[in-house]
Design a protein around this ligand. Structure first.
Ligand code: TXA
Ligand code: MG
Length: 347
C-alpha cells in the first residue's frame, strides 16, 4: 500500500485534503491523525471490516478494544448510554485527554469493542482531529498509531517508522502536546469511578469534578496476575517496550550515580542537571525537568525509541513516584521495563 503523507504542521487541513480523507475513511481506509495525547490510527467506528483492518495494521490482538473518537461530548449519546458521571466529566474535561467507558449501543459493532458490551469514548482536543471527525460525520475508532507493543508515537516520524505502507494516509500535525495516552475511567453503578489507565488528568481532578470516589484498578500499579481478566484488556499486553533491556532504579541520586559507575555502555534517562553527575561510559538522554512530570510525559516515548536505536547494553531510568501525573509515568515505565525494578541500598 502506498501511504500518503500530509504535512499539516501548524495549520489546519484544506478542503481538498478533508474531502480525500473523508473518502478514505468512508470507504473503509486507515488514516493516522494527530491528537493532543499521541497519534491515533483511525478508521470508521461503525464498520466491522474497518476495525479488522486496524487490528491487522497494528498487529494487535482483536480482543483488545478500540477507543471511539467523537466531535462533541454530546455525540456520545448516539453510540452509548451516558449517565450523570459522564456529563460531569464531559463538562470539565472534554475536549481533552480523557476516555470514558460506557455501555455501548447496537450501532457500535463488537469488532470495535473486542466483543465487550461497553465502548470507550473520547473527544480529543486537537483541531486537526476534530476537523477530520467532523468532516467524516462518523465516530473514528483509533488506537495509538504504533505497532502493537512499541512505544506510542508522539510525532509523525514515529508513525512513519511503524506504519508506512500499512495505512492509507498519515497526517503530520507536529509533536503531540501531552505525549501520554488519555486517562481512562469506568463509572460504576454504585457511584465509584475506576481508573483503568492513568494519564494527564489525575484521580484527584476526576474526583473533584464528579464528587465520586476514584479507585485505581488492578494492574495499574502492579503486574496483572497471569490468568487475570483485567477490566481494560490492554493491560495484559506487553507495551511500550524498547528492544534493549530497560531497568528502573529505585534509590537516592547518590546511590543511582554510584551504581551507574559500574554500568558502562548503558543509557540513563535523566533530568536536566544530571549531566554533571552521570559517570563516564553512560549516555544521558534528557527526559525533562525534575518535579515537572508533564515535561517527562512529553518526552518519554520518543526517548525510549531514540534510546533503543543506540544499541547499548541496557537502558536505566529513575522509578517515578505515584502521585498526580507521576502515576501515569509510573504505569508506562513499569510496563516498558517489563516490571524490572532494581532497588539500590546504601552499603
Ligand atoms: O490518548 C489516547 O487514548 C490514544 C489516542 C489516539 O486517542 N488512544 C489510545 O488507544 O491510547 P489504545 O487503543 O492504544 O488504548 C486504548 C486502551 C486499551 O488498553 C484498551 O484495552 C482500553 O483502552 N479499552 C478500550 N475499550 C475498552 C473497554 N470497552 N473497556 C475497557 N477498556 C477498554
Ligand atoms: Mg496503545
Amino acid at each position: 500500500m502506498n501511504t500518503t503523507i500530509i504535512d499539516a504542521k501548524e495549520r489546519l487541513l484544506t478542503k481538498e485534503e478533508l474531502s480525500y480523507l473523508k473518502e478514505t475513511i468512508k470507504s473503509g481506509g486507515l488514516v493516522i491523525f494527530p491528537t493532543e495525547t499521541v497519534y491515533g490510527l483511525g478508521a470508521n467506528a461503525l464498520s466491522p471490516t474497518a476495525a479488522e483492518k486496524v487490528y491487522a495494521a497494528k498487529g494487535r490482538p482483536s480482543n483488545n478494544p478500540l477507543i471511539i473518537h467523537i466531535k462533541n461530548p454530546e455525540d456520545a449519546e448516539k453510540f452509548c448510554k451516558t449517565n450523570e458521571i459522564y456529563k460531569s466529566l464531559a463538562k470539565e474535561f472534554m475536549p481533552g485527554p480523557l476516555t470514558v467507558i460506557l455501555e455501548k449501543k447496537d450501532i457500535i459493532p463488537f469488532e470495535v469493542t473486542g466483543g465487550l458490551d461497553t465502548v470507550a469514548v473520547r473527544c480529543p482536543a486537537h483541531p486537526i482531529a476534530l476537523q477530520l471527525i467532523g468532516e467524516c460525520g462518523l465516530p473514528i475508532a483509533a488506537p495509538s498509531a504504533n505497532l502493537s507493543g512499541r512505544p506510542s508515537p508522539t510525532s509523525a516520524k514515529y508513525c512513519i517508522e511503524d506504519m508506512d505502507g500499512r495505512v492509507d494516509a498519515i497526517i503530520d500535525g507536529g509533536e503531540s502536546e501531552i505525549g501520554l495516552e488519555s486517562t481512562i475511567v469506568m463509572p460504576k453503578d454504585d457511584g465509584r469511578i475506576l481508573l483503568l489507565r492513568p494519564g494527564a488528568i489525575t484521580p484527584k481532578e476526576i474526583s473533584k469534578a464528579t464528587g465520586c470516589k476514584v479507585e485505581i484498578a488492578e494492574g495499574v500499579l502492579e503486574e496483572p496476575e497471569k490468568d487475570a481478566t483485567p477490566l481494560s484488556p490492554g493491560m495484559l499486553y506487553k507495551h511500550y517496550a524498547p528492544k534493549t533491556e530497560f531497568v528502573l532504579l529505585s534509590g537516592s541520586d547518590e546511590e543511582i550515580f554510584a551504581f551507574l559507575k559500574e554500568e558502562k555502555n548503558s543509557i540513563f534517562l535523566g533530568f536536566d542537571g544530571d549531566e554533571k553527575s552521570v559517570p563516564a561510559g553512560v549516555t544521558l538522554i534528557n527526559i525533562g525537568k525534575r518535579n515537572e512530570p508533564l515535561s517527562t510525559a512529553h518526552r518519554i516515548f520518543a526517548s525510549l525509541r531514540e534510546a533503543d536505536k543506540q544499541n547499548k547494553r541496557v537502558i536505566f531510568a529513575r522509578l517515578p513516584g505515584t502521585d498526580g501525573v507521576e502515576l501515569a509515568l509510573y504505569n508506562r515505565m513499569i510496563r516498558a521495563s517489563a516490571h524490572r525494578i532494581h532497588t539500590l541500598k546504601r552499603n
